[in-house]
Design a protein. Structure first.
Length: 151
């Protein structure tokens, strides 16, 4: 006896081990970014003491729109990582929004302010690393959604 076509369900691909590894590492990475954001916004002594007076002044006097796009970048990255762990396709959208926030932050830092001068080489290298990881997470989530791993 065959099962009627209308009652068949399409099998969802199994979860590849690499998804769990990437998702956990992505969550840890993005939580580090969230901690940095909160520490700067709350002006936590231990965090701020690691920076020069000029860097602290830069971070504490960011325009509100820059703080907003920074928050979007950070929190969408965290939520995108959680969505990846939950195998949800909307992880792609969240990582995309995170990139848009990162773009706004980068435009301010590199074109509208003297961020590179104040933050130095470490700031440049960290920005490049953040961009590389953010793009990789978006592409990874998109690929997994296309394969049906994320639904």
């Amino acid at each position: 006896m065959s099962v009627p076509e209308s009652s068949r369900t399409e099998a969802r691909p199994g979860t590849p081990t690499h998804l769990w590894i990437v998702a956990v590492l992505a969550l840890l990475w993005n939580l580090l970014g969230a901690w940095s954001y909160l520490a700067a916004e709350l002006e936590l002594e231990g965090y701020m003491s690691q920076h020069s007076a000029e860097q602290v002044a830069y971070m504490t006097h960011l325009p509100s729109w820059v703080v907003s796009v920074w928050a979007i970048a950070v929190w969408c990255g965290v939520l995108g990582s959680i969505a990846l762990l939950l195998r949800k396709a909307w992880a792609t959208w969240l990582f995309g929004l995170s990139l848009i926030g990162l773009l706004g932050n980068t435009i301010y830092s590199f074109l509208l302010s003297n961020g590179p001068e104040i933050m130095g080489t470490v700031g440049l290298v960290l920005t490049a690393i953040i961009w590389a990881i953010s793009i990789a997470l978006l592409l990874y989530a998109r690929a997994q959604a296309r394969k049906g791993v994320l639904t």
